[in-house]
Ligand binder design. Structure first.
Ligand code: PHE
Length: 537
């Protein structure tokens, strides 16, 4: 979840609605129609009816499959290559970094990353322990799930919400060492708001809006929702949880202290975290590939053929020629190499592409400038000797939310029952992410630990074994976490049409940026546009 420092998913959506986004796909195809490129209605890649290019498209029409260079082995690039190759296109993927996945980056023991300042970290993690430093969760409705299934990637539930995880707002009332469990916060917030609404209803404040029957239904609901007493007041209750849970033989449980007054509960602002659970992008439950999010991209590379994916091969130039494209890259031995192809799909971060030598003109460069994935975000994996969050705090997965600059703590949704474990010790954005990015890895760890002990006690410090952090705006060839695309802008429409024989793809080209889903769909649209062109010329 993004903090207030950044646009939240929710407000981003309202923003898009405010500027009148219906479906940019519609706009794209209308535009393509105008230039004679629109696919037939039946071939339009709607979510329910995506039909990728097929070998029979060529066999049956006597056309030969074309050659396509794809730049970027992240989700958009690999999905583009994969979908094209299924139909017989000859594909070569050029990746600047040493591994696939892009911002889907899983760190395991022995993995090394060097940031753009030249700072190198090497992970020293236990066997089987991993840290998803970028993409970390998949909603069920996302097309990402379809690719996991199609490729045979094993997956499991990712616990995105946990009633037993904590909320901790030290800027608005929480004292150190006094975090509140989600369930307790919900009981109190729902309880008091229900009491107030029931009171307003009884006072006739809603008489203009509600019939007598409506009012009765509302009262019944509020009674349950807010655990109200018969007199309509909220006085706490079992739903808040217990300090000692009920067991047997008249051990009825020891209630938690509280609730505070309605003013205290409102002032704590804990209720502001609740919309996250119904955020459309974050809809529960969520999923993760077993063994790390980037497993998906290892499967993609295998499917495409390792010989067709070239790593450590940063692109320096992409040029349209009279018959296709010419792509120049620097091979792992440092020598410049060129590949000629009929088309290119460039699925690199927009800001990075602007540095290539290109002949697509200043209009495209300016458009790319609007979609640089410049927002910062950072994450740190903290590996611990013991799983104290499970042993002592009884938190088995989920997320603790805070108003500290570490923002979110993610507990692992894997490795239950093992001795060691790894939590995401911070996940922040905006200014907090910048502040952490400017520290050394050791300083970042110290800062995260100093805050974490306020919630989890000294074990957050004493059990720590190893850490690894990623500041996304400092990752070479990536340089940011995400962009907030205005898909109604003129520049965006230009990018949708491509530049000559070059097509653009990436989550920043989608309606769902900052998700693999968006990257995959942008790849599908680029592939569709390219294929349609091939089939009509
Ligand atoms: N996909 C990222 C995440 O789940 C960023 C994001 C957060 C996108 C919240 C939308 C809403 O953390």
């Amino acid at each position: 979840m993004r903090t207030q420092e950044d646009t939240s998913g929710v407000s981003r959506r309202s923003f898009l609605q405010a500027v009148g986004v219906g479906s940019s796909a519609g706009v794209m195809f209308a535009t393509m129609g105008a230039i004679g490129m629109a696919p037939t209605a039946a071939a339009q890649p709607r979510a329910e009816s995506w039909v990728g290019p097929r070998g029979s498209d060529f066999n049956l029409t006597g056309r030969s499959a074309k050659k396509v260079v794809i730049v970027g082995a992240g989700p958009a690039g690999l999905a583009s290559a994969y979908e094209l190759q299924k139909a017989g296109y000859q594909v070569t993927v050029l990746e600047a970094r040493h591994r696939p996945g892009g911002r889907t980056l899983t760190i395991r023991d022995g993995d090394s990353e060097t940031d753009i300042d030249g700072v190198t970290q090497t992970a020293r993690f236990a066997d089987g322990t991993y840290f998803n430093s970028g993409a970390g969760r998949i909603a069920q409705w996302m097309v990402t799930m379809d690719y996991l299934r199609e490729l045979g990637v094993p997956y499991e539930v990712f616990t995105n919400a946990n009633a037993d995880a904590y909320l901790y707002n030290e800027r608005s009332g929480a004292t150190p060492g006094n975090p509140i469990r989600y369930r307790t916060a919900k009981a109190d917030v729902f309880g008091y708001t229900s009491e107030l609404l029931a009171h307003a209803t009884d006072q006739g404040a809603l008489d203009q809006k509600l019939t007598a029957a409506d009012k009765q239904n509302l009262r019944d609901f509020l009674q349950r929702w807010g655990s109200l007493k018969a007199d309509g007041t909220y006085q706490g209750g079992d739903n808040r949880g217990f300090s000692v849970y009920p067991s047997a033989w008249n051990e009825h449980g020891t209630p938690l202290p509280g609730p505070g007054t309605v003013s205290e509960v409102l002032a704590s602002k804990v209720g502001n975290y609740f919309p996250f659970e119904i955020n459309w992008e974050q809809s529960m439950l969520m999923f993760q590939p077993k063994g790390g999010m980037d497993t998906t991209y290892q499967y993609f590379v295998r499917a495409i053929g390792t010989q067709n994916v070239l790593f450590n091969s940063p692109v320096t130039a992409v040029e349209n020629t009279t018959s296709g494209v010419k792509v120049t890259y620097s091979a792992p031995n440092g020598k410049a190499r060129q590949i000629e192809a009929d088309f290119a799909i460039v699925a690199a971060p927009a800001g990075v592409m602007r540095r290539w030598a290109t002949n697509w003109g200043p209009g495209i460069d300016a458009a790319l400038g609007e979609f640089a994935i410049g927002s910062p975000a950072g994450k740190m994996g903290l590996q611990y000797k013991s799983r104290f969050w499970e042993d002592d705090h009884r938190i088995f997965g989920g997320i603790t939310e805070t108003d500290m600059d570490l923002a979110h703590i993610w507990y692992p949704s894997y490795g239950y029952g093992e001795r060691k474990g790894l939590i995401t010790g911070y996940y922040n954005t905006g200014n907090s992410a910048r502040a952490y990015a400017d520290m050394t890895p050791k300083q970042r760890e110290a800062r995260a630990v100093e805050q974490g002990v306020k919630i989890h006690g000294e074990k957050y410090r004493t059990e720590l074994e190893a850490s690894f952090s990623v500041a996304w705006h400092k990752v070479p060839y990536i340089e940011g976490a995400w962009a907030y695309p205005n898909t109604e802008s003129a520049g965006f429409k230009q990018l949708q049409q491509g530049a000559g024989n070059v097509y653009f793809a990436g989550d920043w080209m989608s309606e769902v940026s900052a998700w693999q889903h968006g990257a995959f769909w942008s790849a599908r649209y680029a592939v569709q546009a390219l294929h349609q062109r091939v089939m009509t010329t």
